[in-house]
Design a protein around this ligand. Structure first.
Ligand SMILES: Cc1cc2nc3c(=O)[nH]c(=O)nc-3n(C[C@H](O)[C@H](O)[C@H](O)COP(=O)(O)OP(=O)(O)OC[C@H]3O[C@@H](n4cnc5c(N)ncnc54)[C@H](O)[C@@H]3O)c2cc1C
Length: 438
């Protein structure tokens, strides 16, 4: 697991069964929550056999793709593991018609990805065919493109332009809990297709492949902002303006990521297919206000705008290349509705600045995400009203006691409550959420 805390098991009495990476800790190496036995699936038949075997022997089945899950859903103590990582088939066609679609339908240019394909492989494959595929962002592109990311929602820096993963998937092939291999799309097994788009990984069966629509490659403009906030007053003013401008940013198609703390605001956003002048029109008002508010803007504020040939070009230059390493952590999050950003920017800013240790604002909604009928997929409808998704986490070192970990969880709980109060009718992103939140 990327977050190895999910490999450890805490008993009710506080005893921990684990096998720590740090061998200098003098604990015995136990199985913890790592399944003792499993199947490395290479084919549909392997998956069917594993699902039937688990049913026959009454085993708890867990599906693991990359093991990047932030809720620990891809492992469980004493479970039977089904590992999909080796299912790496990728195929592209200019003429994809979902099974059962009317023949007169205009075909899609689509990429079909096996269950084990990761984003770095999917992006490269799409580019090889002169296309772009909407996907997730991580330092080494290692999240799965057909597993938990997709079934939980799947956000991207270009979601304001192209929607979420669930809005771009055209078809799944899946082995159901009975071991049947079926196709789910807008024409066949419609209810399953609805549920798979948002219901979360590991809920409705084992996905064998997912077919994603692809898009034309378009140039982007990227912007960077790094502001040092030397007093709480400056931080509150800058953050209020930052929140206020987001509906306009969203309407202009911007998306990306921001790191917000009590002393610094950093963001890197992109907007597809807009001119230099249009980019400046939306960005400059905020840059100008920040320059006025930050006292020593010459030294405490850096802004930058740059063109990119494509999303993949931006991704390679700005995101990709970092090593992705794991750590013991749990996270909390909240979707921030547009209406709250418009009506109460001060309160949103205040809440964000109250989160000890800072947070990440994933500016990955609004635009195309909000245009989709909230009832058309199994995704939490709060996504359709949101502009941003804020995430915060707490980490700890290996070998900590159960009471220490509980204290960390209580801290996290308090942070979640802060965001709950500012957006009480909203929700959290299923894939990046706290398992401790009741
Ligand atoms: C570094 C990093 C960056 C991230 N960036 C983004 C991002 O940009 N956008 C975003 O939306 N999310 C992002 N996430 C969150 C990500 O969407 C979740 O961690 C997601 O659960 C990962 O799915 P996976 O299949 O790779 O992982 P896994 O841990 O293997 O699986 C996650 C869940 O899906 C299930 N599952 C996996 N494969 C299948 C299958 N074939 N059939 C049925 N169930 C399956 C598992 O049982 C588990 O419940 C990021 C996570 C990390 C760690």
């Amino acid at each position: 697991m990327q977050a190895p805390n999910f490999e450890t098991y805490i008993f009710g009495n506080g005893t921990i069964d684990a096998c720590y990476l740090n061998t200098t800790l003098s604990y015995p190496c136990g199985k913890g929550s790592v399944p003792p036995v499993g199947v490395e699936a290479r084919s549909i038949a392997d998956i069917q056999a594993a699902v039937r075997f688990a049913a026959e022997h009454n085993l708890r089945l867990v599906i693991k793709n990359t093991g990047h899950d932030y809720l620990g859903r891809s492992t469980a103590r004493g479970a039977f593991l089904l590992w999909t990582h080796k299912m790496k088939n990728i195929s592209y066609t200019d003429n994809f018609l979902p099974e059962g679609a009317p023949p007169e339908m205009v075909p899609y240019k689509a990429l079909t990805l096996g269950a084990g394909v990761q984003w770095h492989e999917a992006y490269a494959a799409a580019e090889l065919h002169g296309r772009y595929i909407l996907g997730g962002v991580s330092g080494d592109g290692s999240i799965g493109a057909a597993g938990g990311w997709l079934m939980g929602g799947g956000h991207s820096a270009l979601s304001a332009r192209h929607g979420l993963g669930v809005d771009n998937v055209l078809e799944f092939t899946i082995v159901t809990a009975k071991g049947d291999y079926v196709t789910a799309n807008a024409y066949k097994n419609i209810d399953l297709f609805w549920a798979l788009r948002g219901g979360g990984g590991g809920t409705y069966g084992v996905v064998v492949s997912a077919t994603h629509r692809t898009h034309e490659i378009i140039p982007l403009i990227g912007t960077f902002f790094v502001g040092t906030l030397r007093s709480p007053e400056v931080a509150q003013k800058v953050m209020t303006e930052y929140i206020k401008i987001h509906p306009a940013f969203s309407d202009a198609g911007w998306g990306g990521y921001a790191f917000i703390s009590q002393t610094q605001l950093t963001f890197f956003y992109v907007a597809p297919n807009i001119s230099w002048a249009e980019a400046n029109d939306t960005i400059d008002p905020f840059f100008g206000l920040a320059r006025q508010i930050i006292p020593n803007a010459e030294s405490d504020l850096q802004t930058y705008i740059a063109p990119y040939d494509s999303f993949y070009d931006w991704y390679r230059q700005v995101i990709f290349g970092g090593e992705q390493v794991g750590g013991n952590l749990e996270m909390g999050s909240r979707l921030i509705p547009r209406e709250i950003m418009e009506n109460s920017p001060e309160k949103v800013a205040e809440a964000m600045l109250a989160i000890e240790g800072g947070l990440t604002m994933c500016f990955v909604a609004g635009g195309a995400v909000s245009k989709v009928d909230p009832n058309s997929t199994g995704l939490n409808p709060a996504w359709r009203d949101a502009v941003g998704h804020v995430v915060f986490s707490d980490a700890w070192t290996e070998g900590q006691s159960a009471s220490y970990i509980n204290m960390i969880r209580q801290n996290l709980r308090q942070k979640i409550d802060i965001m709950d109060k500012v957006a009480p009718s909203s929700a959290a992103y299923f894939n990046e959420v706290s398992g401790t939140h009741s």
